[in-house]
Write a protein that binds this ligand. Structure first.
Ligand SMILES: Nc1ncnc2c1ncn2[C@@H]1O[C@H](COP(=O)(O)OP(=O)(O)O)[C@@H](O)[C@H]1O
Ligand SMILES: [Mg+2]
Length: 378
């Protein structure tokens, strides 16, 4: 027999030569699986253009003993999600949408198995929390200057000490998102009601004036509803038309496996809100325009460059601190009125950016980095 023929015979009947990426999420009794379906559909579509096979996989169906797994793909023409059998993935992109779901023992056990397994590489093992982020970034002298002073909010006494140092404070739930549960305190010691507490409601904030530290503490306890909180130095953000704004950076690994800035956006706060989230009345803006208006052309250019390098340093330090290989994160960064740059938080499961350019880069990078991972193997 000729060597060529031998090779032909040992080939499987229908080889799947494409790399396979599974989007991991959690199963749901009613809607089959949870998560942002339009994001998943975008990923499936982009994957095709990069010659990947992409499907949605639930924690329930992730089974290391099988060669084929049940998953879902999107039928664009009929706007339907179709259940199908797919090959066991080479890459798993973790998009489990909620912390509670990620913390379930069965989920944790499967994620740990992915990290151990030589068969598969997992992107983004878990959510961050705001207290760990702060501790990691304080550990490096490169990233420390960008982190506002932060403490756990544990006792009335510790709040008092913190207020003495910083008369403007942000209180935030350690595992919060989208502005939920955020409060601010302003101390105005010359006034008869010296403590001004603002609590973020839907689109506006509700204000309480407290006469004593005890009153303030009681109100905070009530509003925080038993959640774990941090207290953080409040930053006086630069403003545009009297509205505060902050920057949203998307940082991802690129086709060479290096951290890279995929895009920088900006959010301007709604006039009555203490955060800049769009669902809370905030709006999307061009960072260049906002920075030029607040600081002038030259300083704006310098700030953009500095923001870019800060975002990359911060991503590296978060990765180091977390002890896991990471692939992407979004970051909320503030610019104060003197041009100082500050880190507020990073999200391990970035939401869709509405800026079309950033969105496109963000989708492409998942597959470019995926190819890099497959070349470099585990
Ligand atoms: N220390 C701070 N000083 C000033 N503004 C802050 C501070 N922390 C948060 N903010 C504002 O509140 C927004 C939401 O805070 P963030 O930490 O991102 O919480 P969330 O997880 O709810 O998005 C930020 O984007 C920023 O506009
Ligand atoms: Mg945020």
């Amino acid at each position: 027999m000729l060597p060529e023929q031998q090779e032909l015979i040992t080939e499987p009947s229908s080889p799947n030569t494409k790399p396979v990426l599974a989007i991991l999420t959690i199963d749901d009794d009613v809607q089959l699986f949870r998560g942002n379906r339009s994001n998943f559909a975008d990923l499936i579509r982009t994957g095709k253009s990069h010659n990947f096979l992409v499907y949605v996989l639930t924690v329930k169906h992730l089974n290391f003993k099988r060669k084929m797994l049940e998953g879902f793909t999107y039928d664009e023409d009929n706007d339907l999600w179709i259940r199908q059998q797919f090959p066991f993935p080479d890459l798993i992109y973790n998009r489990i949408p909620l912390r509670e779901d990620e913390m379930q023992p069965r989920t944790r056990q499967k994620i740990a198995a992915c990290m151990r397994s030589p068969r598969v590489q997992l992107f983004n093992p878990k959510f961050f929390n705001k207290w760990s982020l702060f501790k990691w970034l304080r550990q490096s002298k490169m990233t420390r200057p960008y982190t506002p002073m932060t403490r756990r909010l544990l006792t009335q006494e510790s709040l008092k000490v913190m207020m003495r140092e910083f008369p403007y404070l942000y209180l935030k739930p350690i595992s919060g998102k989208a502005g939920h549960g955020i409060m601010t305190i302003k101390v105005q010691s010359e006034k008869s009601l010296p403590y001004l507490l603002k609590v973020q409601a839907d689109k506006k904030s509700v204000t309480y004036n407290c006469a004593t530290l005890q009153q303030l503490w009681q109100r905070i306890k009530k509003e925080s509803g038993g959640e774990r909180y941090i207290a953080q130095q409040g930053i006086r953000l630069a403003a545009f038309n009297d509205r505060r704004f902050d920057l949203r950076a998307l940082v991802q690994k690129n086709k060479s496996g290096q951290w890279d800035l995929s895009g920088l956006g900006a959010r301007v706060a709604g006039s009555l809100s203490i955060t800049t989230h769009v669902p809370r009345g905030g709006s999307i803006e061009d960072p260049q325009k906002l920075l030029v208006s607040a600081f002038g052309q030259d300083e704006a250019r310098r700030l953009l460059g500095k923001t870019r390098s800060a975002a990359l340093m911060i991503a590296k330090q978060i990765e180091r601190g977390s002890g896991h290989k990471l692939a992407e994160m979004s970051m909320d960064l503030g610019v104060d009125r003197t041009g100082g740059i500050w880190f507020f938080e990073a999200n391990a499961k970035p939401m869709k950016f509405d800026e079309p350019e950033i969105r496109k880069t963000s989708l492409d990078r998942i597959f470019q980095y995926g190819k890099y991972l497959l070349r470099s193997k585990k």
